[in-house]
Structure formats: structure tokens, C-alpha cells
Design a protein around this ligand. Structure first.
Ligand SMILES: *Cc1c(COP(=O)(O)O)cnc(C)c1O
Length: 449
């Protein structure tokens, strides 16, 4: 492990100086105890060599073992037909249990609080059925302005479904004046101001656009203080941050598994529901047979008896092939562990920030790029959002043509800058050399403007 990784996780010790050089990147990769895991992934190619793949926040890469896990289930299906439901160890009847514990470790929850099921927006709706039950007096929802559209649509349609005008029911918090970020004080103040009217607070744990990370614990406490629930969308947080959902007392959360969790395009997502809620059979929820107590599920009872775990939010039997793909990735998460991943992530992203700033300084172009992602080593996701003053799209296209895979976002509605490039060095498969190469290619792109 590079020596600076330790110092980065302890802000009291001075950081060792990064260098924007090939030799520094080589040395850091050599010392990185997780570096070997890169070889367990298929890295997309460009002109015969590895791309600089910084898009794991959008679609994670494919573990080489994904084939093995998925093919096993295809073979079992071919050979066993319906009997595959009860085969030894990996029977489809309880296949979702094979991914549950690893998912719980990733989000910092007890296994009974987690179910791998459905897809993100579907899961948000199912959770809102339980956690948004507004009354005439308590019906407001606080969320961030500029939330991912699907989350907004979900909240708006839920408000309407209950007979409320979304413009009245939903309080969208804007970034503070002159900033791209929502100030934590503003969130806490808004919660206090809504008081008895507040039913629910729902935020993205990592903002998909700016990369801002919120304080889950503080927000949850503040919501509980006024008698509201707190839920989080973990699309950009699961597999990226060190989460402690149970300890933070978060009420519910949902995520997708195709971003940092590397489950493959559109694969099965997951939910977390706090223990005190899963143990409450009276909490309303939509029901289906896969949420029934498995002891009686196949007896097809007339009355639904929820199993007292997060599984009771499941409706349908499990998508086995998607879960098989997820197992390949979870195997790697378990091998690395979130603690080591987050440590490496902090080092890699700090290095990326350093390299970008070094390139800009050396070209006397410091004003060209603003890194809008706030930087706090203790709780820093791996993504950086680079807002370009001018020429953003040109630079993005140039990077793409040279083998960088990143993500382009048009300028925001306020028209600040000329658009944003999001880059996410992912600790499972990205290297210090990826970061160094990115810097070199960024330099070339800016020079050729
Ligand atoms: C990626 C993402 C989604 C996608 O939702 P799906 O239901 O999986 O298509 C939703 N919300 C956020 C915040 C996201 O980042």
C-alpha cells in the first residue's frame, strides 16, 4: 500500500507529496495491495490498450467471473429444469439469500435489513408505500433540487397519488447562493422549519451530478427529531462510500447494482429497511408471494404473512441470472472489504485532484476547470465533477478520442460554465497509472485547443 494512504485517512498526519509522474504512479501501483484485483475485470480496449475507464459511476465493469456464475445457472436450468429451485447450495428458491449478506456488508446493515430485489425506481416506490403515508397535516417531503429525474418523478407521483400538489408537498432545497452545493445547515434548518408538517426527508447519499456526500446520520437525526422518516437513494453511494446505515439509524434506502456494484446493465437492485421497521408486521407494504414467510410460501396461504425481514418487501421470485452476475462482483467486494476500498479510493481521488490541478497550473489555465465536488477525506466518494469554464465538450471529445471513458453533462439550467465532465476512479479496478494517463491526455487536450 502506498505510504500516503495511511496518512490520508488520518488528517492529523501530514500527507506525503504526490508527483505528477509515471514513476510515482508506478510506485504507487506496486505498493497498492488491491492492485491485483484489476486483473479480475474485463477492461474495455481502445486501439489495442486499456482505456482509462472512469465511468464506474455510470456502469461498472464486468468481473471476469461473471460468465462463470451466469453460465452455471444456465447450465443448471438446462439440466434440471424446475428442479433447479431446490438444488443443493444454490437453489433458486433461496438464491436471493446468497447475495444478501454481502450487500448488507457493503451498506453497513444487518442481513435482515437488506433485500436484493427489483430495480432502483421500482424499489423507491415500494418503500414510499411504507414510508410516505401523508396525512392532511403531515405531508411534506424534503429533497434536493436538481435530484436525479427518476427520483423526482417518483416523489412527485407519490404526492399526487395521495391527493397532494407536488409543488406544495415537495420542498426542494437549492444550493446556497453562489455555490453548487447544498449547505448542510440549510438542510437541517429546512427540516426544523417544516417541523410537524414533515413526513419524509429523501436525499441522494452522493449527489449524482456534483458528487457531494451528505451526512446521513445528522440528517436522519434531524428528521426523527420532528417525527419524520429519513430515506436515501444510494445509487452513487453503494460500493463507493463506507456506509453504516444501521448505526446511523436510517429508516430506508434503495440502490441500483450496475454502477459501483458492477452487476451489469440494468441488473437487480437492493433495499435496506431498518430493523425496527422490518420487525413491525403492521407497517403497510405492498405484498407478493416472495415477501411471505418462506416456511409457508409454497403452501400458498390465503393470508399474506410477511417474513419479518426486508425480504417481505419482495413481490416476485428472484431474477436468478441477474443475481448470479452480482455474485461475481460481491465476491470481489468481500475479498477487498469496504475499509480497504475506501482507503484506496481516498488516495486515488486525492491523486486525481492533484494531477488535474498540476496540469492546469503548468499550463497557466487554473481558471479553465472548477472541481465542484467538495473534498473531505473522511467521507469522500471517488467521483470528481469537473466544471469547464469554456470548451468543455471539445475537451471531453478529445479525451474520448484518446481512450478515456468518462461522462459528459451539459451545462446546468443556470448556464454556469460550459458543462461538466464526471470522472470516477474506482478503487476495485482503477490504478494510479490510470490517473496519471488521464492527466497526460487532459494536458494534450487543453494544449490542442
Ligand atoms: C442511476 C440512478 C437512477 C436510475 O434508476 P433506475 O430505476 O435504476 O433506472 C435513479 N436515481 C439516481 C439518483 C441514480 O443515480
Amino acid at each position: 500500500m502506498p505510504s500516503f494512504i495511511k496518512s490520508i485517512s488520518k488528517p492529523t498526519t501530514p500527507m506525503i507529496t504526490f508527483e505528477n509522474s509515471k514513476s510515482f504512479a508506478d510506485k504507487s501501483d506496486l505498493e497498492d495491495e488491491l492492485a491485483y484485483i484489476r486483473d479480475r475485470f474485463n477492461i474495455p480496449q481502445h486501439d489495442g490498450s486499456d482505456t482509462v475507464y472512469f465511468c464506474g459511476n455510470s456502469l461498472g465493469l464486468q468481473p471476469k467471473n461473471t460468465n462463470v456464475y451466469v453460465n452455471q445457472e444456465l447450465t443448471d436450468w438446462a439440466q434440471l429444469g424446475v428442479e433447479g429451485h431446490f438444488k443443493k447450495d444454490t437453489g433458486w428458491f433461496a438464491y436471493h439469500e446468497l447475495v444478501r449478506d454481502a450487500a448488507a456488508r457493503i451498506v453497513g446493515a444487518k442481513p435482515i435489513e437488506v433485500a436484493v430485489m427489483n430495480h432502483l425506481t421500482v424499489n423507491l416506490h415500494l418503500l414510499l408505500v411504507s414510508f410516505y403515508r401523508p396525512s392532511k397535516d403531515r405531508y411534506k417531503i424534503i429533497c434536493e433540487a436538481g435530484a436525479f429525474p427518476s427520483d423526482r418523478y417518483a416523489l412527485q407521483s407519490q404526492a399526487r397519488f395521495h391527493g397532494f400538489d407536488p409543488d406544495d408537498a415537495i420542498v426542494e432545497l437549492e444550493p446556497s447562493e453562489g455555490s453548487d452545493l447544498i449547505a448542510e445547515e440549510d438542510i437541517l434548518q429546512a427540516i426544523e422549519d417544516c417541523g410537524d408538517e414533515l413526513a419524509l426527508v429523501m436525499f441522494g447519499g452522493v449527489h449524482y451530478f456534483t458528487g457531494q456526500v451528505l451526512d446521513f446520520k445528522k440528517i436522519t437525526e434531524a428528521a426523527h427529531e420532528v417525527g419524520a422518516y429519513a430515506g436515501f437513494d444510494l445509487a452513487h453511494a453503494a460500493g463507493n462510500l463506507k456506509l453504516e446505515l444501521h448505526q446511523w439509524n436510517v429508516d430506508f434506502a434503495a440502490w441500483c447494482s450496475y454502477k459501483y456494484l458492477n452487476g451489469g446493465p440494468g441488473t437487480v437492485g437492493g433495499i435496506y429497511v431498518n430493523e425496527r421497521h422490518v420487525k413491525n408486521p403492521h407497517l403497510p407494504r405492498f405484498a407478493g408471494w416472495w415477501g411471505n414467510d418462506p416456511a409457508t410460501r409454497f403452501k400458498m396461504p390465503h393470508q399474506f404473512t410477511p417474513v419479518l425481514t426486508a425480504d417481505s418487501w419482495q413481490l416476485s421470485n428472484a431474477p436468478i441470472l441477474e443475481m448470479a452476475a452480482l455474485r461475481a462482483s460481491f465476491e470481489l467486494f468481500d475479498e477487498a472489504g469496504m475499509d480497504r476500498l475506501v482507503k484506496k479510493s481516498n488516495a486515488l481521488t486525492s491523486y486525481l485532484k492533484f494531477v488535474i490541478e498540476d496540469v492546469l497550473t503548468s499550463l497557466a489555465k487554473s481558471d479553465l476547470v472548477k472541481i465542484i465536488t467538495p473534498f473531505a477525506e473522511q467521507q469522500q466518494g471517488c467521483q470528481l465533477s469537473l466544471q469547464f469554464e469554456t470548451d468543455g465538450k471539445k475537451i471531453f471529445d478529445s479525451l474520448t478520442s484518446k481512450g478515456v471513458i468518462a461522462d459528459w453533462r451539459e451545462p446546468d439550467q443556470e448556464g454556469r460554465g460550459s458543462g461538466v465532465i464526471r470522472v470516477a476512479p474506482v478503487p476495485l479496478y482503477n490504478s494510479f497509472n490510470d490517473v496519471y494517463r488521464f492527466g497526460q491526455l487532459l494536458q494534450e487536450a487543453i494544449k490542442s485547443l
